[in-house]
Ligand binder design. Structure first.
Ligand code: GTQ
Length: 350
């Protein structure tokens, strides 16, 4: 029933005055914000977006002429979601950036409570050192630096190397749980030969006396070589693809089957040339990187073409359909393990 106009205006004025009064006691009425606080479905302020690597590569290289890796500590161009400018995030919980390291440079050793992943995109000859073990970074390799592990990066080769950094920075900021420290040594001393962790933890075996991992422990394996990932995806492709996902695998801590790091879920998927997925949506906003091939992502009806080395983001509860023009391999990451641990994760296959 419609209320008399003057009554309604009177009421509105009385309410506004009341809101002012309670505001000075640091209170605010729920009923004015309830719909936004408890939405019927996720309404992310993040928007779909693609960064064309070919289009931004020159700008990444320009950073190399303006500041050294040493001075910057990490020379990275943050990929900011256009819906979340100024917040250093690509989704509400995730960070992404393109890191450049030039021949001879070192990004000095530090550690922090944020978890990080690297996905190598361009160039050869760089390494990341994780708790005293170096790993050579090859294109497509997926490397992790779990929370509070010492890490530094270097380039012993002759070309610039660029990789994608994926971190849980916005999540840790939200929780006010960030700690960081710089090492006294610029580069960590080499404590174990390259390949040690892969042999020890990544070959379907564990050291015989390895204590059982605790829930939430990250994997002690810190490199997932692309050659292995690729070979597995190709071998799987003998069978029929999932209509919504193609051939999609998740990376695991081989000792537990859980995600390699507790906050970041990581995935690799192959879409054969000409294959189109059916539309699908899920509550984990996801960052995709095209490692091979190319095609189109249709996100809530908006078409976005992608090629090798491009990065695109699909916000929470946005419908995604993928079309592969050529044989395509995508890497992706999201906060799915966190959402699953909290009983929040949902998906819908359309
Ligand atoms: O390589 O340690 O993109 O600490 C942001 C923060 C990279 C890193 C980033 C970091 C790093």
């Amino acid at each position: 029933m419609e209320q008399p106009r003057n009554h309604s205006e009177e009421t509105q004025a009385a309410r506004r005055a009341y809101y002012e009064r309670i505001g000075s006691d640091s209170m605010t009425p729920l009923w004015e914000v309830l719909g936004a606080l408890v939405p019927p479905r996720p309404r992310s302020p993040a928007v779909p977006h693609r960064w064309s690597y070919a289009a931004v590569r020159d700008q990444v290289m320009e950073a190399g002429r303006l500041i050294s890796a040493e001075e910057a500590e990490r020379r990275v161009l943050i990929l900011e979601n256009p819906g979340l400018r100024g917040q250093s995030c690509i989704t509400q919980s995730l960070y992404a950036g393109l890191q450049l390291i030039l021949p001879g440079e070192v990004a000095p050793a530090h550690r922090h409570t944020q978890s990080a992943l690297r996905l190598v995109l361009d160039g050869e000859g760089a390494y990341t050192s994780v708790n005293g073990e170096r790993v050579t970074m090859r294109r497509g390799d997926f490397i992790i630096t779990p929370a509070w592990t010492w890490h530094d990066h270097g380039n012993l080769g002759s070309e610039p190397v660029v990789w994608l950094d994926g971190l849980d920075i916005p999540l840790v900021r939200f929780l006010d749980a960030g700690f960081a420290e710089k090492s006294l040594e610029r580069s960590q001393g080499v404590e174990r030969p390259e390949g040690d962790a892969l042999a020890r933890y990544g070959a379907n075996m564990l050291p015989v006396d390895e204590p059982p991992p605790q829930p939430g422990d990250p994997t002690r394996l810190f490199v997932y070589p692309y050659a292995q990932t690729r070979a597995a995806l190709l071998a799987l492709s003998q069978g029929a693809p999932d209509p919504h996902l193609g051939f999609k695998q998740r990376f695991v801590n081989p000792a537990t089957g859980a995600s390699p790091m507790p906050t970041l879920g990581t995935f690799a998927q192959r879409l054969p040339a000409g294959f189109s997925t059916r539309p699908h949506r899920c509550t984990d906003g996801t960052v995709y990187v095209c490692l091979e091939g190319g095609g189109e992502a249709e996100i809530e009806g908006q078409t976005c073409a992608f090629e090798e080395r491009d990065v695109f983001v699909v916000p929470s509860w946005h419908t995604l359909a993928l079309r592969a023009r050529a044989d395509t391999i995508l890497f992706s990451y999201s906060d799915r393990p966190m959402q699953k641990a909290l009983g929040l994760w949902r998906e819908e296959r359309l």
